[in-house]
Ligand binder design. Sequence first.
Ligand SMILES: *Cc1c(COP(=O)(O)O)cnc(C)c1O
Length: 408
Amino acid sequence: MAGMPCRIEDTAPAARRPSAPLPAALAWIDDELDALRDAGLERPARVREGRQAGEVCLDGRTLVNFGSNDYLGLAGDVRLTKAASKGACAEGFGAGASPLVSGHSRAHDALERAIAGLLDVEAALVFPSGYAANTATIAALAGPDDFIASDACNHASIIDGCRLARARVGVYPHRDLAALDTLLGGARDARRRLIVSDTLFSMDGTIAPLGGLCELARRHDAIVLVDEAHATGVFGDRGSGLVEETGTADGVHVRVGTLSKALGAAGGFVAGNAAFIHWLRHKARAWMFSTAHPPAVAAAATRAIALVAQEPMRRLELRERAADFAGRLRHSGLDVGGAEAQIVPVVMGSPRAAVALSEKLLGEELFVPAIRPPSVPSHKSLVRVSLSWLHERHDLTRLAEALATHAR
Ligand SMILES: *Cc1c(COP(=O)(O)O)cnc(C)c1O
């Protein structure tokens, strides 16, 4: 129950050591921490206890949880736990090596087939995380002779992939196809041109113009890579994401996704042509040089993919409620930007305003995180509501009312 204390004694973390002065070589860190504090950018290290569901126990308080990407409510689902236990019993816990050497287990093989099946593509490759999938794949596809066009609101893992590629990078304003057209027109001399975009943007809940991206790619002879991290499991008839939802599978060459959000497990994936995936096994450094994630995790993710197929009502109800909720906030005069999915921002402007709102909501047992730099530009700081299928209708009503009171 929201508001009830929830500390579980025997799993409580040990008290932290009081902090000693920093050695002289690291003394500058104190100044940086002071600067972060002064700018309203310091982050608490919260401790979560127990299974997460529509509610979460954070630092000993039970809160309605609007701060998780567990969109379908699978992260705490006992069926995933059971699949993981069974997987661990069959194959042990650790993967032991990178997939390239001996870490690629039966469970990983089954998971890659399940992902390819869900997305209706030839093949998939599983990475330790979505972050690793993006950085490794972008750096494999592009190098110093190439040009990458990247949406200004792309996820950090895409930005880091571009840096790792050491390619020439052109950042186009959020979803601005005309600007993208111009950028690509100026990159004819590049060996390859790569367009990279989130499909559902994680900070503002907007959707990329996928048809437009594919059309420009055709005209400019470019590769299209999209990141479905927040759309996998939520959009499309089969639940495979926005590429399916928008019918753009023919124009999108590479799909990246994560098993850690709506699918409630962990790990990232890349999916596409079999030859492309086979090539990636020779070029994607985070796959080649990082230990495979545990086979038990792969077993849980495979179970989650089966549940996406068996329980479509989770994504359908989630999307219906998200549309209602965003409509309600707009009606109260709040700035929810262009939100069109289960991520609903309330744009506050300064980091301090966003933190103040988040704290007021916390006072009503509503956990809605403040999003600040470096996740968004400072003047676009916001609180981000992430909806889950597990939320009760009255939780949404309570949050909408609290926002209408405190956010203006
Ligand atoms: C979360 C996220 C990732 C990273 O996925 P992980 O599995 O959490 O590492 C990649 N891209 C986007 C858009 C994300 O939101």
